[in-house]
Design a protein around this ligand. Structure first.
Ligand code: PRX
Length: 635
């Protein structure tokens, strides 16, 4: 039996039991057989969640790009590694073979070195979904630099905060980006953010749109001429398994984003192993994940997981609605995609459109469908299953997080029977626990609680960049010796997990993880605003949308309300990005607060969801009278 490819439910249970009883033996066998190490580990696992400290494959040496590139050259050098599908369907797709990719990564790595980037340095990547994004990520990994990719929809202020937090010396960007019919000026955004990032000495600019941009002498360099001078061989930096591979920021319950730090060895083993099994990857497959590499899904399941398996991974620059609502299906048919992995919000948006957009295309190549990022409702699941999967392609509803690095709970296709809205069973090596509010683990089935993980897995984040205490406080302080996910979940009669949503101050909007605090901070900076509170409310397409309750200062009282609303959303777009804009804004005289001054978001959530029949006991509030008034004027 090969532990690397799970064939049936019995084998899954057998492996799962082994991974729980003898985790070290289990992961050691996987690591030994399927990867290229320059030196073997001294110890498989060392951990202590009370600190928290976790180390996998300590003492081992490797370079992840040797696993993603070099070792494939002899056997699949001419196979397509990255299949790039541009925003404009009239522009030709690019098939980048493993040999091409290897050379382009080496060239880029040499450029980074020529600009003084060394092992351990942080490099910020702010690029659209073009091949250079994947190439620059791999180029950093080649020389041991830590990449910090910032999604190219974030504003200049959000970008600056992320550049400064981990002290990046270099930013890689492009002249612009295409998003459907729009062109965005990425270089202009970088220029603006660098006014507040004095540590950045070099900017590398990829040419994509050909728009005119300002180049600051001595700091900014076009990529192309530098590549022309660079060699296409680059000796990989040999890393410790525990050396950081990358930082990726995620929202938190305070204004400051959390730079999650991922390791080299454990991350590689887990993302490759989950990719192989959860997408049942076979050599001839064409796999497409529609995420952006600016998010963890793109890191793990567009770049590292697929390439470590020698797969063909599609990179799509565009949006699902351009030039029309059939674009996803057109691309699936054109490239004969076998695995298709997307977000529920995209499915809901496309399900609202005519089925003609789907039926025009031959989707018979599809074998497996996946979803990620937020709970999928039954209606969307059924639409996906009936119209895209034609009732024969299993749907893997994969639950995981930026912090977990890889998929944690998911069906294994053709192995785990699926049930709509259930992420089903924990992946091999993942030990979930449901906890009650008193901190006790809830045993048995047909139960609901807070979702924790009680044993380390190889790809878990090791810390928050520069703030290990925050790492402990956020994830390990709520439940003793357990990693707390921030999600609620239920376990049904057969032990399947269903994620019910966040139980903290994070709101998932269109699959994007948004913290309430940074949005409130942005609003409160508006000169007319004195205080605000954001909550989520159900939205047909986005899953959740944002509702802002805003108290105005006297200066705001006489101003035109509609203009103020526009300015508030503009303020949010500048601080964070358009993804965090509010759908509804209500000006209120006060916010319901406890006697200790804490905003009662539970009440605001109910009002925003138009569910005010059972608000609970509000008499203990500091200001119960404002609740009545807020309800009266609610939208
Ligand atoms: O609430 C869960 C939700 O997304 C959160 C993690 O967001 P992020 O770190 O941005 O990573 C998203 C991509 C891995 C989780 O805490 N979430 C993710 N996948 C699912 C989900 N909720 C329900 N079902 C899922 N399949």
């Amino acid at each position: 039996m090969s532990n690397y490819s799970i064939k049936n439910l019995e084998e899954y249970f057998q492996l799962y039991r082994k991974s729980v009883r003898e985790p070290e033996n289990f992961w050691e066998e996987i690591a030994e057989e399927h990867f290229l190490w320059r030196k073997r580990w001294d110890r498989v696992l060392r951990w202590d969640f009370s600190k928290p400290e976790v180390a996998w494959f300590e003492g081992a040496k490797l370079n992840i790009t040797e696993n993603c590139l070099d070792r494939h050259l002899a056997i699949r050098g001419n196979k397509t590694a990255i299949l790039f599908e541009p925003n404009d369907p009239k522009e030709a797709a690019q098939h980048i073979t493993y040999t091409d990719l290897y050379k382009r990564v080496c060239r880029f790595a040499n450029v980074l070195q020529s600009k003084g980037v060394k092992k351990g340095d942080r490099v910020c990547i702010y690029l659209p979904m073009i091949p250079e994004l994947a190439i620059s990520v791999l180029a950093c990994a080649r020389i041991g630099a830590i990449h910090s990719v910032v999604f190219a929809g974030f504003s200049s202020q959000a970008l600056a905060a992320r550049i400064n937090d981990c002290d990046c010396r270099m930013v890689i960007t492009s002249d612009g980006s295409y998003r459907g019919a729009k062109t965005l000026d990425l270089k202009g955004i970088v220029d603006q953010s660098l006014e507040n990032c004095k540590g950045v000495s070099t900017v590398i600019v990829v040419k994509r749109t050909g728009e005119k941009v300002e180049m600051t002498k001595g700091r900014d360099h076009w990529l192309e001429p530098l590549l022309e001078e660079a060699s296409d061989e680059c000796i990989p930096e040999i890393m410790d398994a525990e050396d950081p591979l990358f930082i990726l920021y995620t929202s938190g319950s305070t204004g400051k984003p959390k730079g999650m730090v991922h390791s080299s060895g454990g991350y590689m083993v887990f993302t490759a192993y989950t990719f192989k099994n959860i997408f049942r990857y076979r050599e001839e497959d064409i796999y497409w994940c529609t995420a952006d590499i600016g998010w963890i899904t793109g890191h793990s399941y567009i770049v590292y997981g697929p390439l470590a398996n020698g797969a063909t991974t599609v990179m799509f620059e565009g949006v699902p609605t351009y030039p029309d609502h059939g674009r996803f299906w057109e691309v699936v048919a054109k490239h004969k995609v076998t695995q298709f992995y997307t977000a529920p919000t995209a499915i809901r948006a496309l399900a609202k459109e005519s089925l003609d957009y789907v039926d025009k295309y031959d989707l018979s190549s599809v074998k497996i469908l996946g979803t990620v990022g937020e709970p999928i409702n039954e209606e969307a699941w059924n639409w996906y299953n009936n119209n895209i999967g034609k009732n024969r392609s299993p749907i893997v509803d994969t639950w995981w997080q930026t912090e977990t690095g890889g998929i944690m709970i998911s069906p294994i296709p053709f192995v785990t029977p699926t049930t709509p809205t259930y992420a089903t069973l924990p992946f091999i090596g993942v030990q979930p626990a449901l906890m009650d509010e008193n901190g006790n683990e809830i045993d048995g089935n047909q139960v609901e609680g807070r979702l924790c993980i009680k044993f380390p897995w190889p790809s878990m984040a090791r810390t928050i960049w520069g703030d290990h205490k925050r790492y402990y406080d956020t994830y390990f302080s709520a439940f003793k010796n357990k990693y707390f996910t921030g999600d609620g979940a239920m376990r049904n009669a057969v032990g399947y997990y269903r994620i019910t949503g966040r139980v903290d101050d994070v709101i998932i909007v269109s699959g994007h993880n948004l913290g309430t605090a940074p949005i409130e901070d942005a609003i409160n900076e508006h000169p007319a605003v004195s205080e605000s509170a954001i909550v989520g409310f159900p939205h047909e397409v986005k899953g959740n949308a944002l509702y802002g309750f805003v108290i105005l200062k006297e200066v705001g009282e006489t101003r035109d309300r509609e203009n103020l609303k526009k300015e508030i959303n503009q303020q949010i777009a500048e601080h964070i990005g358009p993804i965090a804009k509010l759908d509804k804004i209500q000006f209120v005289p006060g916010l319901p607060k406890t006697r200790s001054g804490k905003i009662m978001r539970r009440i605001l959530r109910k009002i925003a969801s138009k569910d005010t029949s059972n608000l609970g006991d509000i008499s203990t509030l500091l200001n119960p009278e404002v609740v009545e008034e807020i309800i009266r004027n609610a939208q």
